[in-house]
Design a protein around this ligand. Structure first.
Ligand code: 1PR
Length: 530
């Protein structure tokens, strides 16, 4: 029997799904006394360090947890579950951790690298442990802005390290107590194998041998993301569709490229590093009334063990009975249904308009701020739908322009990128660079950068747009729209420093397999997950 220490802070559905898919029964810790009764305890920390520790304290879990750990009983901490074992964290000064491992948790100062460290990276096993006994060197999925530093005082805990600007502790173990910074439940087959070892009691036995760091650096991979635009067609079926410059109808009918759950599973098996669902007409309806979409997410998350993002309709809403739901309520339902990240489109533009009008004063009311506070910055993606606006000279607009290599219809040589809402139906007086920067300030953790001009054209990514946004922010950026062949992926990674590239049409139509993209990138010397 596996006991899950879910203190109610966020989404641990992914982990529950993974444990169940591996065939193990799960019980929940519901009161302090359950902790000492556990046979094997999993602690998947979610959100901020301080909030996690505060919740543990309020629930009366700290003392039994310390006692459980001191007795060297089987324990696996994940992410904040690893960080909480240390003395404290820069993220939440003054709030003590469990204090089992000497050392403090520090924020990444990755220089030219984006924070959070979000994506697939290697681990360097520093001594033999049964936990990693059948680990084949695959990359694993990380998402965190803070890390544990290897130090002489915690050398006896060190099991594996990873490089991201600097080297940090990606796994610790002593006796039966182990913790990992990556998410095994989101790390595909390799992560599931590791989880299986813990669940079946094969992970214990102290790590053996002295520290043997090795010298090979771990290499962070560029992510390849498959995107599924989902909507109801005219017969009332939920389908994956695909637009040309956001127009999803052909001869009057909504294009139907397949069933959402089937396609998502196919992409997982074919090696997608992440899967994104965009509920593209949710701006019209109340998304919580869209039970089929929530069901798609539930079913997908039962079998797909890479990160899942869902977007569409995340905003405050009053239903027909006048009942008010905050954007946080909507997001919470998506997280409960299996999302790891949510993506906000139209509402982010409106929030930024208000934020800029207030002179960049944060008042905590935006969906971005509210959701980031509860689920962490890394869980909030901003989906930008920009359209090129050409001008003859920069003085014609207040927006930041760039000199473009593809001139406008009247031969204009400058352009800016206008943000739109409602799936491109309405242009607003905010540009994509300004929006991305403001969203980062409000607490977003990632930018999904579409291009209405390139969407569905197969003409390649809009490198000018992508470079302008990439340079403006420090959070990860996903390049989207226009991929037509494997070379386009290599081009966007060579020309810009984006962390990920997303495509839809070429994957749905089976024109380019995901593995063909990855093989080509590897041939070009660009790191990917196998
Ligand atoms: O505004 O918060 O309700 O979110 C709505 C979401 O739905 C936004 O993320 C918006 O991008 C998306 N959306 C709305 N209408 C459309 C449409 O196509 N009519 N899809 C739409 C946007 C764009 C991409 C697409 C890439 C890659 N889809 O995500 O997958 O362009 O395509 P390609 O590789 O075939 O070129 P809200």
């Amino acid at each position: 029997m596996i006991s899950l220490l879910d203190y109610g802070a966020g989404n641990v559905r992914s982990l529950r799904n993974a444990i169940q898919a591996l065939g193990f029964a799960l019980t929940e810790i519901e009161r302090p006394s359950d902790i000492l009764k556990a046979e094997r305890l999993i602690f998947p920390g979610v959100g901020a360090f301080g909030a996690a520790m505060e919740r543990l304290r309020r629930l009366g879990y700290i003392e039994p947890l310390k006692e459980y750990l001191a007795a060297d009983r089987p324990f696996l901490g994940i992410c904040i579950g690893l960080q909480s074992l240390f003395e404290g964290s820069e993220e939440s000064p003054g709030i003590p951790g469990l204090g089992l491992i000497p050392g403090r948790i520090r924020r990444f100062d990755a220089g030219h690298l984006s924070v959070p460290h979000m994506g697939w990276n290697g681990v360097r096993i520093e001594r033999e442990s049964p936990l990693f006994a059948d680990y084949g060197g695959e990359k694993l999925y990380f998402v965190h802005s803070y890390h544990a530093e290897p130090a002489p005082e915690n050398a006896h805990w060190r099991l594996a390290t990873t490089d991201y600007g600097r080297s940090f502790l990606s796994a610790v173990q002593r006796g039966q107590v182990a913790a990992v910074q990556f998410h095994p439940e989101k790390s595909g087959a390799a992560g599931l194998r590791l989880l299986q070892r813990f669940l079946s009691g094969q992970s214990t036995g102290a790590p053996v041998g002295g520290l043997n760091a090795g010298t090979a650096p771990t290499r962070f991979a560029k992510r390849i993301i498959a995107c599924l635009d989902v909507r109801t067609n005219d017969s009332g079926d939920l389908v994956v569709t695909k637009g040309d410059q956001y127009d999803v109808r052909e001869a009057g009918e909504v294009r139907n490229l397949g069933k959402p759950v089937d396609l998502a599973r196919r992409y997982y098996e074919e090696g997608a590093d992440e899967i994104t669902f965009l509920n593209i007409t949710a701006f019209r309806d109340f998304p919580l009334a869209d039970q089929p979409m929530l069901e798609v997410l539930r079913q997908t998350s039962e079998r797909v063990f890479v990160p899942l993002t869902i977007g569409g309709g995340i905003r405050a809403f009053s239903d027909s009975n006048g009942v008010y739901y905050s954007a946080l309520d909507v997001a919470a339902e998506y997280f409960r249904s299996g999302a790891d990240k949510i993506s906000i489109g139209s509402d982010a533009v409106e929030a930024v308009e208000r934020y800029l009008q207030r002179g960049r004063v944060k008042d905590g009311t935006s969906a971005i701020e509210q959701i980031a506070r509860v689920y962490g910055n890394q869980a909030v993606v901003i989906s930008i739908d920009p359209r090129r606006r050409y001008v003859g000279s920069p003085s014609e607009t207040r927006h930041r322009t760039l000199q473009t290599a593809t001139s406008g219809p009247q031969g204009e040589r400058y352009c800016w990128f206008q943000c739109t809402v409602k799936g491109g139906r309405e242009g607003r007086d905010v540009d994509a660079v300004e929006l991305a920067r403001a969203c980062e300030e409000l607490g977003a953790g990632e930018i999904l950068l579409n291009s209405i001009d390139r969407d569905g054209t197969g003409a390649g990514f809009d490198l000018e747009l992508i470079q302008a946004v990439r340079e403006a922010v420090n959070i990860p950026v996903i390049a989207s729209s226009g991929a037509g062949c494997v070379e386009h992926f290599a081009e966007v990674f060579a020309a810009t420093s984006v962390e990920a590239a997303l495509a839809a049409g070429i994957f749905h139509r089976r024109e380019v397999p995901i593995q063909a993209v990855k093989s080509y990138l590897r041939e070009q010397g660009i790191e990917t997950r196998d």
